[in-house]
Design a protein. Sequence first.
Length: 386
Amino acid sequence: MNNFEYKNPTKIIFGKDTIEKLTNEIPKNAKVLLLYGGGSIKKNGIYEQVKTALKTVEVIEFGGIPANPEYAVLMEALNVIKNENITYLLAVGGGSVIDGTKFLSAAAVYDGDTPWDILKNSIRTQKGMPFGTVLTLPATGSEMNSGAVITRKETKEKLSMGGPGLFPEFSILDPKVITSIPERQLANGLTDAFTHVLEQYMTYPVGGLLQDRFAESILQTLIEIAPKVMEDPTDHEAASNFMWSCTMALNGLIQQGVPGDWAVHMMGHELTALFGIDHARTLAIVMPSHYIYNFEAKKEKLAQYGERVWNITEGTQDEKAKAAIAKTEAFFHQLGIDTKLSEYIKDYEGTAQEISKRFTNRGWTGIGEHKSLTPKDAENIVKMAY
Ligand code: NZQ
Ligand code: ZN
């Protein structure tokens, strides 16, 4: 196992009817900016619950943060923060609203001229403006980590940021919120969380026995509850396990002491930036090709995953590893998620070269757990995913 240091300061408030507990978490003298997305919270009752819980503090609202949070929209919110002397941010939404709020937390205290530099120059935020979240969509784990991904339409870019100062102070996780989530987004959430676990697991063995079993247990739980969540989002037990699995998949715990890959996300983010394909779906497109392309480097963990998660007991290590990739792809298909780029867009020729060029320009010359995948490798992988 590798050495590690681990600190996660986010307080989790989990369970049915917990949104009312917001009252106890926001400082009484705060001036709050309530941030939300395209309006789903106004249709499903979450907005009313939040407003009731915020009765005793001063609140200003900023809605309209789109899926794949857009820099230009966030810059409008930054103006509100400055003009209104906001002291506390509250994100009510999924990964996009939470990530947008993290950007604002960083930008509010940033003393450079252009906040985009936080993303472009990978400036880590040591202390941002304090914020909390009310999660409305289990998927990204953003509610308990310090990372964010921001989109800029103007340049078709989607870049990551983070830093120890960008953990939410608290996150409220009421599994009841999933009852209004459309099927497509439920499938996305399951796929994104599943992939987060695999990015931190599907590398090579380093004797992290506990981390491996944490990871495998999250994967097994997601597989078990996926059909229940899709069929009946009012099933509270399934919803609870779904929500907590998504958070645990990317709150930093399972990645301690083990190598991480994240190449699937790096290539996937480009597909969202270029074509607007949902984040989770880009992962399902890239992942099978990535595992086939890097088969030799990953086959030990692939076979272990096949045995322990999919109960594949027959065959050689190679055969088990290959069967595990097929099982994963079939799982995505079962959720209604296509796994080829050509199933999403017609005009895909040249995509692989474009991604390779972008990686070269950004100096991303060695990605993956061995930092050995070149832009040319990324090009080959994306081509296999056409
Ligand atoms: O905008 P509204 O109207 O709220 O609708 C949203 C949005 O259209 C809707 N929704 C959310 N909760 C709902 C609901 N609809 C009905 N009922 C509810 N309770 O769902 C749609 C998608 O929301 P979004 O927040 O975009 O989805 P998700 O949580 O999947 O977030 C995706 C974003 O997170 C980034 C992705 O790149 C993408 O930009 N990621 C962030 C990560 C992180 N911070 O750690 C890691 C991930 O790998 C990922 O990259
Ligand atoms: Zn993801």
